[in-house]
Design a protein around this ligand. Structure first.
Ligand code: OAD
Length: 249
């Protein structure tokens, strides 16, 4: 894929670059996406599992799904796309990385100050919100399932944001501020889950040049300045190669 010259020119001159990533950035690490090809687990849609209603109905099933994802992520490594984005934090004077991913692979690749909109799969909370502070558990598997709250002994839940839930205030505010930028890149996200899906439009309204990279068309494709159809690792490598050498390398 040849990087379009308009995007390259904008990136070459940009001081403020904001990147929004979705699960497509981790696909090459072997982590399944939520939508698109292979987006289903045992024929359940993400909305049926990743919601308070889904958990209330069948906590064991939801935990089985999260435990399976934890195992995959624990055995996975950041890929070349994660690595390039980690390098870009040094290339651009003001670089902000906003992610919907809960896998922690951006952090493992070395990206600093990742704005995590949907929490972390390695964090747990009390389902009944008994007052126990959220806790980290880095084990690949939490079996026997379901894990329990160490304070009240009731059910624990994953420390991620589910459908129908509010996003944590601080990352949400930080992401909203980051829409003030010169170039906004939406990478490997289906651009259907709000509020993240709206950030690219907010950025454009504030004067940013916007691009997306995705294997498929998304609801943002017709609106962004450039929509690249292809694999993220390859597309980012092409972009990085075509950019002028950076002092930070
Ligand atoms: P989705 O699973 O909805 O979309 C992933 C996107 O990545 C799809 O549009 C794919 O076409 C694209 N994709 C996959 N592999 C790719 C590759 N190698 N190169 C380029 N593009 C690729 O993931 P998100 O947009 O992150 O939320 O989903 C948003 C939220 O919905 C998630 O954070 C999660 C989910 O339910 C919660 O759990 C709250």
């Amino acid at each position: 894929m040849t990087a379009p010259s308009a995007l390259l020119d904008r990136l070459a001159q940009a001081k403020r670059v904001t990147v929004l990533t979705g699960s497509g950035v981790s696909a090459a690490s072997g982590i399944p996406t939520f939508r698109g090809a292979n987006g289903l687990w045992k024929n359940f849609r993400a909305e049926e599992l990743a919601s308070p209603e889904g958990f209330a109905k069948d906590p064991a099933l939801v935990w089985e799904w999260y435990d399976w994802r934890r195992g995959l992520i624990a055995g996975a490594a950041p890929n070349r796309a994660h690595a390039i984005l980690a390098r870009w934090a040094k290339r651009f004077p003001h670089f902000r990385l906003v992610t919907q991913n809960v896998d922690g692979l951006h952090e493992r690749a070395g990206s600093p100050d990742v704005i995590r909109l949907h929490g972390s799969i390695w964090e747990l909370r009390c389902w009944k919100d008994c007052g126990a502070p959220p806790w980290e558990d880095p084990r690949a598997s939490l079996a026997p399932l379901p894990p329990l709250c160490p304070r009240c002994g009731g059910l624990a839940r994953p420390g991620v944001v589910w459908f129908g839930e509010m996003l944590p205030r601080e990352p949400l505010m930080a992401a909203a501020r980051a829409t003030a930028c010169d170039v906004f890149l939406a990478l490997g996200t289906s651009s259907v889950v709000q509020p993240a899906a709206g950030f690219v439009f907010e950025a454009m309204a504030r004067g940013a040049y916007a691009a997306e990279i995705n294997l498929e068309e998304t609801p943002a494709s017709d609106s962004v300045h450039v929509s690249l159809r292809g694999d993220l690792q390859e597309a980012l490598e092409d972009l990085e190669k075509a950019l002028p050498p950076s002092g930070g390398d």
